[in-house]
Write a protein that binds this ligand. Structure first.
Ligand SMILES: [Zn+2]
Length: 317
């Protein structure tokens, strides 16, 4: 995965540092994969770069190099261990001890806490003390997708930085230009990536393959059983399949309205057009509503196969 640093936020924070107004604690807020952690590390690099380089990816100074390799002694990253339910008080204590020492190499020390909503309550209280006594030369960056899950006392001591989600078009362009995704796939991944480059890339080829199977089964004439078999594996598969179907209904509506440039499933245009030709626009709009409703019923714990059968039969009739 290539860099997904938010360059605007990075340059605003660098400006604050230059003018001596960088706060001592930030919460980076935004969905998974939007580049919160990458931007935090890029800031740590920029602020500490020995060559004052603008391009940290290419910079070969010792500081940039160590931060990129995650072995800089003054840039600390804390996250939930894989086998634990949260960030423990021991992890916070180790962090606090390390912050007691003077910086070994950096001009500004950084403590980055990933998914800070996972700090256990006892650990959060210990951490709060650290936040209340800011040390000059140390910056805390907490990242989270769910800021409301942070203790209010922590939130109130940090400045919030919101990472905007990207518009689909801009995201598709980014996937094409920086990640070598072809045009048709980029549009699909952007539409399902919810404005987050990291999420779009995580969906990747696996999702594109699943989408093809779902569309084959859905657009295949008269074979309800196959669609239910493909989409009904479990609740998550069903939800994803229905979202794919919903996008196909939406594309069919755009085809009817002559908005070809707006369709997402460009590689399946011929079949979706055939599907569109069998239905009136008002029916397609109604189907889209019913598929949305079916997604809510899946989330509401209704029987997956029953919901899928109803959807499929409604759309084929
Ligand atoms: Zn450097």
């Amino acid at each position: 995965m290539g860099p997904i640093v938010n360059k605007e936020i990075l340059s605003q924070l660098v400006q604050l540092k230059v003018s001596g107004r960088l706060a001592h604690a930030y919460v980076f807020v935004g969905p998974k994969g939007i580049g919160k952690y990458e931007t935090a590390m890029a800031l740590a690099q920029r602020v500490n770069c020995l060559k004052k380089s603008m391009d940290m990816v290419a910079c070969d100074c010792a500081s940039c190099h160590k931060i990129a390799g995650a072995n800089h002694p003054d840039i600390m990253v804390i996250e939930k261990p894989e086998d634990k339910t949260g960030i423990s008080i021991d992890q916070i204590r180790v962090l606090m001890q390390r912050l007691e020492y003077r910086a070994m190499e950096a001009s500004v020390k950084f403590a980055v806490i990933k998914n800070a909503e996972l700090i256990h309550e006892a650990a959060a209280n210990a951490f709060l003390k650290t936040l209340e006594e800011p040390r000059p030369g140390t910056v805390f960056i907490l990242t989270t997708a769910v800021p409301d899950a942070l203790l209010l006392t922590i939130r109130s001591r940090c400045q919030m930085v919101r990472f905007p989600v990207m518009a689909n078009l801009a995201l598709a362009e980014l996937l094409k230009s920086q990640h070598e995704v072809n045009s048709d796939d980029a549009v699909v991944l952007a539409a399902f990536g919810q404005g987050s480059p990291g999420r779009a890339l995580e969906l990747g080829q696996d999702f594109l393959d699943r989408r093809c199977v779902v569309l084959d089964a859905f657009l295949g004439m008269g074979d309800t059983e196959n669609f239910v078999k493909v989409a009904g594996v479990d609740r998550d598969t069903a939800r994803e399949a229905l979202n794919i179907v919903l996008m196909a209904c939406r594309d069919a509506l755009f085809i009817k309205a002559g908005g070809l440039d707006k369709i997402v499933n460009r590689d399946r245009q011929v079949e979706i057009r055939r599907f569109a030709e069998r239905h009136m626009p008002e029916d397609l709009a109604l189907y889209a509503d019913r598929v949305s409703d079916a997604i809510r019923r899946i989330d509401g714990n209704q029987n997956v196969k029953v919901v899928l059968t109803v959807v499929r039969e409604m759309l084929v009739s």
